[in-house]
Design a protein around this ligand. Structure first.
Ligand SMILES: [Zn+2]
Length: 407
């Protein structure tokens, strides 16, 4: 291709390369190479550098937008999703008195300790947390999965839930053990399905005793897909391949949710709180349909503001429509956790408050140099006060059937 340029009084045709070289010589810029010219590449003032590993790429946003610092929540908060107590066999965790200092600093009134365990573990959690700091901590019990293969388990587990309530448990927590890890007959046995009939007496007892069930089954949709270049959680899965539920004999993502929904349908008098935005924060339309179908179900937002905050308009409509059924939660763990989105501390709560209370744009959803659950940032929802009050505490108080915030 030829371009025209003026040089002196006479007009003649130059090739683009001749013209660029001549101009570059006078302007001290790097001339285009033959191949760059051929490909139309833009000339650079820097020599090409070595490839940068994705793990080392930590871009800092140059967006100049307002930043609101929310030091304390506008209203007292109940965090419905925390893990604070330890099993007797584990090393001790952070003493509750220390946790309370952080809680006071950020206006966090109560932590719901979901993993209180059973038997002596539960008794220890209730004595050490719930009774030592009344209304600042409440604990839930957990089913004894290891006994699920024993004869008479169904009835025993149902009775055990009754004993846990008598001991002071405020609900029952179901970990993703159910559906993804629990197998009949040892490690090589068949996975036990979420809607296995042997748990029906337990679900029924929860409803009869007014104990809500905080249920986590499944995991992010990306964890059920191949760990390849198309997976939006590639870095996270690459660092933790054991988090992947792709292949082997794992059920498909939707199969787990369908089994869970059959449990919701079979036990309409039992209140369920589907943690992590009903396990499908990437698809709020589907979560909405589920909530429409099952009036006995609520959702909680722990460790999913990265998903909610990247779809702020859809999420705002979701909070508006389901404002009576969404509970605040973080999935916080005070000690020994590697995932930044779960590290208990003032920073974590301030991000959640900023997300819910402000209309700030494009900020980190976790206290970490690189967004840990996918490389994107989030936008605040700026919820109005009436919705905030419900999400922060009122919905949780109703689900738990007790008044926790007295001030
Ligand atoms: Zn959790």
């Amino acid at each position: 291709m030829r371009d025209w340029a003026w040089r002196g009084p006479e007009r003649r045709a130059y090739t683009r390369r001749e013209w660029v070289s001549a101009t570059a010589a006078s302007m001290l810029i790097t001339p285009l190479t033959e191949s760059a010219e051929a490909t139309g590449a833009v000339p650079s003032q820097q020599p090409a550098s070595a490839p940068l590993p994705l793990s080392q790429f930590q871009p800092r946003s140059l967006l100049h937008v307002g930043e609101t610092r929310v030091q304390r929540a506008r209203f007292p908060v109940i965090d419905f999703h925390t893990h604070v107590s330890r099993r007797r066999a584990q090393k001790p965790g952070v003493p509750p008195g220390e946790l309370v200092k952080t809680m006071d600093a950020v206006n966090l009134h109560t932590m719901v300790n979901l993993t209180g365990g059973a038997g002596d573990d539960l008794a220890g959690a209730i004595a050490g947390f719930d009774q030592a700091f009344p209304r600042r901590f409440v604990s839930m019990t957990e089913p004894s999965w290891t006994r699920a293969g024993e004869t008479g388990y169904a009835a025993w587990q149902a009775d055990e839930i009754g004993r846990a309530k008598a001991a002071g448990a405020v609900g029952v927590k179901v970990l993703k053990t159910l559906g993804l890890y629990l197998r009949d007959g040892g490690a090589s046995g068949k996975l036990v399905r979420v809607d296995d009939a042997r748990f029906d007496p337990m679900w029924e007892t929860c409803g009869r005793l007014g104990l809500p069930v905080a249920i986590h089954v499944g995991d992010p949709e990306a964890f059920f897909l191949p760990i390849d270049r198309f997976n939006e959680r590639y870095e996270e899965l690459n660092a933790h391949p054991d988090w992947s539920f792709h292949g082997k004999d794992f059920p498909a993502f939707k199969e787990i949710l369908e089994a869970r929904d059959r449990v919701f349908a079979r036990h309409p008098k039992t209140t369920f709180v589907a943690l992590h935005v009903g396990h499908w924060a990437e698809n709020l339309a589907a979560v909405g349909e589920m909530l429409d179908k099952f009036p006995n179900v609520h959702v909680e937002i722990g460790a999913r503001i990265g998903e909610l905050g990247r779809q702020p308009r859809t999420a705002t409509r979701f909070f508006d429509r389901y404002q009576d059924r969404i509970l605040f939660g973080t999935d916080a763990v005070p000690l020994g956790i590697e995932t930044p989105q779960q590290v208990f501390g003032e920073d974590l709560y301030r991000i959640y408050y900023r997300f819910l209370e402000t209309e700030d744009e494009y900020f980190d959803y976790a206290p970490a140099p690189v967004p840990p659950q996918g490389r994107w940032r989030i936008y605040g929802l700026g919820l109005r006060e009436s919705i905030l009050r419900k999400v922060y505490s009122r919905n949780a108080e109703r689900v738990l059937g007790r008044k926790l915030i007295t001030a």
